[in-house]
Ligand binder design. Sequence first.
Ligand code: ADP
Ligand code: ADP
Ligand code: ZN
Ligand code: ZN
Length: 774
Amino acid sequence: MPHQNQTHPDTIDIVGARAHNLRNVSLRLPKGRIIVFTGVSGSGKSSVVFGTVAVESQRQLNETFTWFIRNRLPKYERPDADLIDNLSPAVVVDQRPIGGNSRSTVGTMTDIQSIVRVLFSRHGTPSAGAATAYSFNDPQGMCPECGGLGQVVRVDLDRLLDPDKSLNDGAIAFAPFAVGTWQWQLYAQSGLFDPNRPLREFSQEQWRLFLRGNGFRVPRANKTGAQGSNAYEGLLDRIDRLYIKRDLGSLSEKNRAAAQAIVSEQCCPLCHGARLNQAALASRIGAYGIADYGRLEISELIEVLDAITDPVAEPLAAAAATRLRRIEEVGLGYLSLDRETATLSGGEAQRLKVVRHLGSSLTGMTYIFDEPSVGMHPRDVGRLNRLLIRLRDKGNTVLVVEHSPDVIAIADHVVDMGPGAGAQGGQVMFEGTVENLRTSGTSTGEQLRLVRPVRERTRAPKGWLTVTGADRHNLKNVSARFPSGVLTAVTGVAGSGKSSLVSGAFAAAHPEAVAVDQSAIAASRRSSPATYLGLMDPLRQLFAAKHSVKPGLFSFNSDGACAECGGAGLIFTDMAYMDPVTTVCRACDGRRYRPEVLAYTVRGASIADVLAMTVEESIEFWNGHGDNRIATRLHALAEVGLGYLPLGRALSSLSGGERQRIKLADRLRHTGTIYLLDEPTTGLHMADVDTLLALLDRLVDRGNTVIVIEHDLEVVKHADWVIDLGPDGGKHGGEIVFAGTPRDLLDSEHSITAEYLRRNLTQPTDLRPPRAAS
Ligand code: ADP
Ligand code: ADP
Ligand code: ZN
Ligand code: ZN
């Protein structure tokens, strides 16, 4: 037990928390422990962990600043609670993609790149100079051609020119050089080419002159008609100089759009994507240059660093290797330092953030994780667990929102929220050890005891959809066949090539397939489940018909908008150099509508009331009253397990898993479609996984083909067909290890997934005593 005294209380105390759906929740969370929050989606886990603990910690931290700074920080409202005490500073490690611009790479975001730079500046031969001479984000080190981006924007001749046309016909498809313009005259009236001849018929020398010629003058009539002359400049050089090589921001909007239409991004011809200048690239340590360090898979780079024995270089190499091993430990050894962070998945991003925090020397912090097992194969979950344990053992409190039984297993303390979602939830159902949770009688406890068998009676494929010779990313000339008319699970450890095969090769070979993924829905702050599913129109019509007014009145995007906030419900105050500050609109109290509009009611509810209801509440409210369109759409949302979601909630506030299920709901009416889903269990409680499986079954039974990338073994067991990629991640993956029924997967010798599936069924841990499946 941690030392206990007056100044270092050993619990975080929450009394009477009421954020969102919480019903006067009181908790004593032991510090220095791993505390896992469980419960069905929408039960209130995030409302405790993020909405109460994290918000209050951030708010109190902000209060330690002067008024001047505080006024410029984002405002955190005090969470609704009677008391929140003994907090420690909170660090939220969420799944928000790291994003960032193209200068942000795995190497830069983990700070390992800076160690590598020092290593090269001291030990690379020939040396390029100080550490900054090896930085692609520093003028001293960056490639002069691409400015350190590794890519250059080049005029794409295919887009710029139409070789079947002559100059007089408008062969140059770029508005500033349109027929008759001053710039066009430089070429058409130069006397160098026949302006009536299609470009295709130009000689090789004419092409050279046309695109790159310079160093001479050509005759030209000036504006008044008098004959003069102009220095000639080839078309490509001219466009480069005037439009491409200068800051695009300095061009007029029209010219910028025109320029963007004739260019494409290509690998930099000078550094070949390595981003650095030639001096930095020439420098070597042994056989390897700094570009090789960037390109190697992390696991390989560790070996290279371990082989460095020079007594002066060795400590730096060891420091870099230590950090790289942490990345390997979270199962990301297949990444490379030069990988752009914007291309990482949410789960990968989260694990990299964990690694970054593990390296920090802060203790006594509260770390908050949002479903860290997302995107992880059961094998890698074991590695994640070790990380969480290490964070705790450094003297931190670790709060985790999690559904995976394998993570729940390492909890020192579990808080199970429930019993239902939204208004049916918000209570603490159980608090205590994992063993006691199992026998607690809560739905989480029940689920932990269940062992389900693999599907024995699988559906017969209606046909086969093939992919041949796939080689993107790490795929090794993969040919695969996917059965149609059934449910297929694509499995394999992270980095084995699942997305490259499904979202890449399969989607390219079968463009009719519909990808229902977790990516953001291109939508404004004003989009909500109601707008996305087309519920707004029938709702507005209903209100308008009842009161004989215009439907537009019930739109907060037009006539009905609150005058103060313009229908946003929020006021955004631009703080110049700071994040904008957001406050709830006082005029409408965040309801977005003008007061007059809210006076019109249907069955006692205003349009704002209707949008504030959850899907479940709406189903009950409209039962037998609204029109058919309303009912089918609401049921679709409930079917995908989003019954707890308020209709008017901003789409931008949804998690990746929720976004995916909204997209799925929008698609439910279709048949004869191929659906590609990316880890649809994300964010789902074990009990909700059953709902999802029932939904996938219904999709298949309606004549669709469903292909899911999935780690959840319950989904794998339930599938008709499994395609397992591996054997491992990165260059050690990219092959099909197994294809067949889940029953046959159990007998596969080389599949890591098979190993964990067997373990799941035959070696129940303490958490899963053998028990007849229900
Ligand atoms: P969980 O983390 O268990 O999935 P949440 O704490 O996210 O559950 O949600 C609990 C309830 O609070 C749900 O009914 C949800 O719709 C509601 N809720 C969550 N976030 C917000 C928010 N920012 N504003 C209003 N209601 C919210
Ligand atoms: P999985 O879906 O099984 O996790 P992926 O298909 O995402 O695996 O990745 C397979 C391999 O391809 C990995 O080595 C990964 O680093 C690499 N890879 C994936 N996406 C990209 C990308 N956008 N750019 C470069 N490499 C990538
Ligand atoms: Zn370059
Ligand atoms: Zn308002």
